[in-house]
Write a protein that binds this ligand. Sequence first.
Ligand code: ACO
Length: 356
Amino acid sequence: MSSGLDGVVAAETVLSDVDGEAGRLIVRGHNLEDLAGRMPFEDAVAVLWRDIVPVAGDLGRRIGEGRALAFDRFAPLVGAVTGLTPVERMRWLIAAIGDDAPGADPARLVGATAVAAAIGIRSARGEPLVAPDPAAGHAADLLRMIRGSAADAAEARALDTYLVTILDHGLNASTFAARVVGSTGAGLVSAVIAGLSALKGPLHGGAPGPVLDMLDAIGTADNAETWLRAALDRGERLMGFGHRIYRVRDPRADVLKAALGPLGGRDNRIPLAEAVERAGLALLAERKAGRRLDINVEFFTALLLEALAIPRDGFTPVFAAGRIAGWTAHVCEQTAAGRIIRPRSRYVGERPMAAA
Ligand code: ACO
């Protein structure tokens, strides 16, 4: 029995490889650093999907069509939702697409996921919805739909870098969840809903909002060590630190830190974050000696998405708008493998009494 399936290999994939010892991420044969910041999201999706995910026609055009189609489908539904967070609204909207509907085509689903993210974020604030521009670049259009104002070139480039950085990442919890559902033949939308539900948790894609809450609570660099020590004393986990696979720094963190540079960010945010990073690493090395905990992708995700003026409860929806590419590809790969995922559990409960 492996608690948390630690070390278990449950799929073969050609999509991505996470080397936790070297701190290296390979996506379809390319180092992450050769994709992120070098091409728009749509082109990176084409790299990831090559010969795995069927696309009818031009991918960028198809994703744009997906945004337009989804907006028409989702906008009339929004009034019926109350009391849900942006990511819960997003999940509810995507669930309204039938598994066999025209919008369930993989490329269109990428478009629909961005629209659901933007509508989830804006509707939770009672803000008027912003319709997509199917001819625009995906990242620029996503940012405009979220904020209601056009993205400049540097902002669109930064969001493209982010979306490519988080495109795919081995058999993480949400991708595994999507593959399990995909393996039953339930359909792509059902599998995506499973992935999104797993991503939502604070131990996975729900971490970047709490990273900013932590930075706000710490306030100043000279308070970092005291605050973090007290948090660990209370038995809390430091958000944005630690990873199941990486034993060194998550390579995605530096890609995002570099993308953050041209945006500037909030006053003193980066020096504060660097002080928190230093203090957190020192304390985790002291408390979890031998475990080799470092920062993960969520640490600089938080700073980058904040610099793009995306509200913190919108971070997980935006994460999903990028990771949808990976979920979709993994579901297609799993479906082609044609075998249901069905592990076993070991029964440790009581057994019936033997007959006297
Ligand atoms: N803060 C404090 N302690 C930690 C942290 C942390 N961030 N991460 C791990 N530890 C501790 C664990 O409590 C565990 O201690 P124990 O052995 O005394 O119980 C020990 O380090 C080893 O933990 P791991 O086995 O490495 O952790 P696991 O693989 O179970 O969890 C996880 C990985 C969930 C990412 C964890 O590091 C964590 O909770 N981090 C904070 C949340 C976070 O940043 N999540 C985003 C991850 S990136 C992503 O999913 C996109």
